[in-house]
Design a protein around this ligand. Structure first.
Ligand code: FEO
Length: 393
């Protein structure tokens, strides 16, 4: 339990040890489930709860603060890492009402079985006064579910932003004390959670532009006391601008694809293009997702297995398609022993990406001299395309 401003407390849980989220997302730096208590002169509000595994931490923090009465529990988002403890909190504080938007209410009933009469629903921009602490609810749809919203505490100019601007980072520091150290976990979080909703993120950033914000308190990671740091980073990541970078996720079984990747990566470097190469049987998918935030081009490297792509390459391609990066060009390189439809299957998996597919290079067996010439041609094509969109000086 720590104080952000007078009568505004962080009461959530830091999880230093967790290493996987949603049984999918690596958490190299742990995470936190942030919950905030705001005491007004008349009413007290709890903003979000915590993951069910950390319910006891939240209840203990509330007890340490002497919070014997909670009037409102604001639910910004129905995902269980923030609402999973809501049923227990409502049991502990039976007079409390859950305050949320109608969409989130429906989801909380579906996901957690909370009774209809426990809710107060609010609309976008609606105000709730606690007495000297005025809450304004700000709808922030699709960061990263349809019902997500935030709360603006007017007197202290604090935006409680829900998952928006969050970072999977367990730290004992309440506020960001090292922006460079927070940048990567925040970018990882954006890449894994927010990137598919880039258009809506830009709309929400525009909505916030009009607000005077001194502090952003997200639902994961430390609190930003210099909001322009994270807002500026989001504007960069969510912009239309791509960088002179090629992401090369690849896997190789017997070395042919690896030889092609090695030659191709050197060809790109020789042309002044930044390359981010990922071996897919050992990859941290968060790092791959982060690389996709900025890159102009993705080139997938795969051998042919049972007439299709290697499953590791298929997984990475499926993930890239789901994350919808702003990547502009794509291609495939790889090899086969006796035949198959590896290229067709991989390019058929990227229908969400607004990319131009450049001519792939596929070797029969180990790459020949002609295959290496074709890889140089693909590197030339990529350089020309990058020049064509003005990202190479
Ligand atoms: Fe942190 Fe979407 O939950």
């Amino acid at each position: 339990m720590r104080q952000i401003r007078p009568n505004v407390y962080a009461v959530g849980a830091i999880d230093f040890d967790v290493r996987l989220f949603d049984r999918l997302i690596p958490l190299p730096d742990g995470t936190s489930y942030n919950s905030y208590l705001i005491k007004g002169s008349e009413k007290t509000a709890l903003l979000d709860t915590v993951d069910p595994a950390k319910t006891e931490v939240l209840l203990s923090n509330l007890a340490k603060l002497g919070a014997d009465k909670i009037d409102y529990v604001i639910a910004h988002h129905a995902e269980q890492d923030h609402c999973g403890s809501l049923p227990d909190v409502l049991l502990k504080y039976p007079d409390a009402k859950a305050v949320t938007n109608p969409k989130c209410k429906g989801m909380l009933i579906d996901l957690l079985g909370i009774e209809d009469d426990k809710f107060i629903t609010i609309e976008d921009s609606e105000i709730l006064s606690l007495g000297g602490k005025t809450l304004q609810f700000i709808y922030l749809p699709w960061v990263h579910w349809p019902e997500t919203m935030g709360t603006y505490l007017k007197e202290d100019k604090i935006l409680f932003s829900c998952d928006f601007f969050g970072a999977h980072l367990a730290t004992s520091s309440l506020f960001v004390d090292d922006e460079a150290a927070v940048y990567e976990p925040a970018k990882r979080y954006y890449a894994e959670i927010m990137m598919p909703f880039r258009r809506q993120i830009n709309a929400n950033l525009t909505k916030l532009d009009a607000m005077e914000i001194d502090i952003i308190a997200p639902s994961h990671g430390p609190v930003y006391n210099r909001p322009e740091f994270i807002v500026g980073a989001y504007k960069d990541w969510a912009s239309e601008t791509v960088k002179n970078e090629v992401v090369v996720p690849y896997v190789s079984m017997h070395g042919s694809t690896a030889k092609m990747v090695s030659y191709f990566v050197e060809a790109l470097i020789n042309r002044g293009i930044t390359v981010k190469q990922f071996e897919l049987s050992t990859v941290d998918i968060g790092k791959l997702a982060m690389a996709l935030v900025d890159a102009a081009t993705i080139v997938i490297g795969s051998p042919t297995v049972l007439v299709g792509p290697h499953p590791c390459a298929a997984y990475a391609t499926f993930l890239a398609n789901a994350l919808r990066p702003k990547t502009r060009f794509a291609s495939v390189i790889g090899s086969y022993g006796w035949g198959g439809k590896m290229v067709e299957q991989l390019t058929g998996m990227i229908s969400n990406l607004k990319v131009e597919v450049l001519e792939p290079v596929v070797a029969r067996g180990a790459p020949t001299k002609d295959d290496l010439v074709a890889l140089d041609r693909l590197a030339d094509d990529i350089l020309a395309k990058h020049k064509g969109i003005g990202i190479v000086s």
